[in-house]
Unconditional design. Structure first.
Length: 657
């Protein structure tokens, strides 16, 4: 211990420290001294937390079934008024403090209120009993009106202390409830002002969360000038969270046609939950959770219950379908693209911190999981096509996640490194990707014809060697080592897996251009498999196309027409030539045998060619995944079964070898 203040160390100043130095802060003085302990700070978020506390108290009356209307009024001068038609705060003398009304005790004493015993409220958002008193402490002025028992009472406060006695103002008919009007203290919050758009969003979310309440919003018109926020609105949503979700995802493509939504009661009257979730076909999802109408941006035990219910339910469905890959699905896969809302009402909620950002109630997890899991199992079983689609989507995400983990792709290029492009690539000259396209062709012969036929400004050509690797049945290691696919990835420039960025795609279109025969179709199938597995976002955004080169040329009397296949050959013959007319029919052996001028005219010139866009319809996701696994996967028995089941539908003609 002597060394603590040895040579070279600064000795502490000699000061007295006695009982007289110990401060005891009474009443609401601790709140004013350290507001951050109660509302998280003195910034804009903390300012709006005051509004949330008062609105939450009104919502507790509605959720308890004692109110069905709340009015929120933002006035000039930074005043906010909140009125409900509930029971009204009690105004009779408090048993423990007979000289004070219950109203004054609630507004001037920390940890006082009617939400501790559970007798006045089955569920509530205000566990800590500090909400109204903290708002009072941090308000320059607060005015309270209580209509209760046919009488109207008023009392005023300033910075947590009453400035008037509780007064009975007279009789009132057909009116009950509490009105609190307050102005945050500039000494605490400086020049910060309530923002109308933020308060309106808060009111709207509360109305969504409890479908039995009507919230009437009003503010001074000058406070919403130049914004989309209305000066007046009546907020009432009978559909609850389903209405909220429909508004949030409006215009976005989804994996399932209808959301998974419902309500569930917890056993022994322990509470209830409501949810509405769907899955977006591309783009980032979101999950908003609430406990007793309180936003919980950091989630908590109720969110964990939802995760468990959905992941376990989908895995169980996959097991029932004998889909072995379902076991790879995790919460990360299922929730990454999910758009959802979850609201629970529980007794005695436990939150992390006074700002209530995270629910920590232990029972909430198992109660929520049990309630939602049962409904989810029935939802999946009742709509197999929908369930198959969702399962296929989740498996796609799981496989993509595992590929990202295993991949060792070429590092992202930096500004100091020159972009390396495959030597076989004949690039276009236009710097912008807009209006450009890259043709993927089979072999150097076809590549030579395509390079001569192209528009050098907008069309690039990349020859590929023969049949590329089947990525559906190859290991991740083989994929990484395959030079053809590495060349293709580098030419496209957008990366794969976690390095994928469509903004870096070097071309507006990717065109698969193979011979119009069985071998060409096989190569096209392998390339489409590659895009489906490794770059599905290019397909979803309509960037991948199939060129349609002709297989036949028909000539007679200086007239030439082209046919795509055998069936088209007969159609073109009947359409363009007379029955007894002699027609010379030439069959192209491949793109490499086609003169460049002819290839340009029939297949590459935008004004005359035909392109087929490769699409992935969201509603066909499960069927697409099933076909991909059967035709391109590692299990030959699936291909054999497919051939057996579909052979009868094929129209096979005998041909002279």
């Amino acid at each position: 211990m002597n060394d603590l203040f040895g040579a070279g160390r600064v000795k502490p100043a000699a000061t007295s420290y006695t009982a007289a130095d110990i401060e005891v802060l009474e009443g609401l003085e601790p709140v004013r001294r350290r507001p951050g302990m109660y509302i998280g700070g003195t910034d804009e978020n903390a300012l709006h937390h005051l509004a949330a506390e008062i609105i939450d108290n009104a919502m507790d009356e509605a959720v308890a079934g004692h109110a069905d209307r709340i009015e929120v009024v933002l006035e000039d001068g930074n005043f906010l008024a909140v009125r409900d038609n509930g029971r009204g705060i009690p105004v009779d003398p408090h048993p423990k403090f007979p000289k004070l009304s219950a109203l004054e005790v609630i507004l001037t004493t920390l940890h006082s209120g009617g939400k501790f015993s559970g007798k006045a409220y089955d569920t509530s958002g205000g566990l800590h009993g500090v909400g109204s008193s903290v708002v009072n402490a941090l308000s320059e002025t607060m005015e309270v009106e209580v209509a209760r028992g046919g009488a109207l009472f008023r009392q005023s406060y300033s910075r947590g202390k009453p400035t008037t006695r509780l007064k009975r103002e007279g009789e009132v008919r057909n009116r009950r409830g509490t009105t609190i009007r307050f102005r945050p203290d500039p000494d605490i919050f400086g020049r910060l002002q309530f923002r109308a758009e933020r308060l309106f969003r808060l009111c709207r979310s509360k109305a969504y969360l409890y479908r039995g309440v009507e919230i009437r919003w009003r503010c001074a018109p000058a406070l919403v000038e130049g914004t989309d926020t209305p000066a007046e609105a009546t907020l009432h949503f009978p559909g609850g969270l389903s209405d909220f979700l429909a508004t949030a995802i409006e215009g976005k493509a989804t994996v399932v046609p209808a959301p998974f939504a419902g309500t569930g009661e917890f056993p022994d009257s322990a509470g209830r939950c409501e949810w509405a979730v769907t899955w977006l076909d591309g783009g980032e999802g979101f999950l908003s959770t609430y406990a007793n109408t309180i936003p919980t941006p950091q989630g908590g035990t109720h969110e964990a219950g939802l995760r468990n219910a959905l992941v376990k339910g989908l895995r169980a469905y996959g097991d029932m379908k004998k889909e072995r890959r379902a076991g790879n699905v995790t919460a990360e896969d299922l929730f990454g693209g999910m758009a959802g809302m979850l609201s629970v009402f529980v007794r005695d909620p436990q939150f992390q911190g006074q700002t209530k950002d995270r629910l920590t109630s232990g029972d909430a997890q198992k109660l929520t999981e049990a309630a939602i899991r049962d409904h989810f199992d029935h939802w999946l079983a009742g709509a197999p096509a929908l369930a198959d689609n969702l399962l296929a989507w989740a498996i796609e995400r799981a496989e993509e996640r595992m590929r990202r983990r295993a991949e060792k792709d070429t590092p992202r290029k930096t500004a100091t490194r020159k972009l390396r492009l495959p030597g076989k690539l004949a690039d276009c000259s236009k710097e912008s990707s807009q209006g450009t396209e890259i043709f993927l062709v089979e072999g150097d012969s076809a590549g030579g014809s395509a390079k001569q036929a192209r528009d050098r400004e907008t069309q690039a050509v990349l020859p590929l060697r023969g049949k590329i690797l089947n990525v559906a049945s190859a290991s991740a290691e083989k994929l990484r080592q395959n030079q053809e696919l590495r060349d293709l990835i580098e030419a496209l420039g957008c990366g794969v897996g976690e390095r994928f960025d469509i903004a870096r795609l070097r071309y507006g279109r990717v065109v698969i251009m193979t011979d119009a025969d069985v071998d060409g179709a096989h190569i096209a199938a392998l390339l489409m498999t590659f895009f489906y597995k490794e770059l599905p976002e290019l397909v979803r955004q309509g960037k991948v196309f199939l060129a349609q080169p002709p297989l036949y040329r028909l000539q007679s009397g200086g007239k030439s027409v082209y046919a795509m296949d055998d069936a088209d050959l007969e159609r073109q013959r009947k359409k363009h030539f007379k029955a007894n007319q002699k027609v010379e029919v030439s069959r192209f052996k491949g793109l490499g045998e086609m003169p460049p001028a002819l290839l340009r005219e029939t297949t590459m010139q935008p004004a005359r060619r035909t392109l087929l866009k490769v699409v992935l319809p969201p509603e066909e996701r499960a069927r697409t995944a099933e076909l991909m696994e059967a035709l391109m996967g590692r299990r030959p028995e699936l291909r054999f079964r497919f051939i057996q089941e579909n052979a009868a539908s094929l129209d096979v003609e005998a041909v002279d070898a």
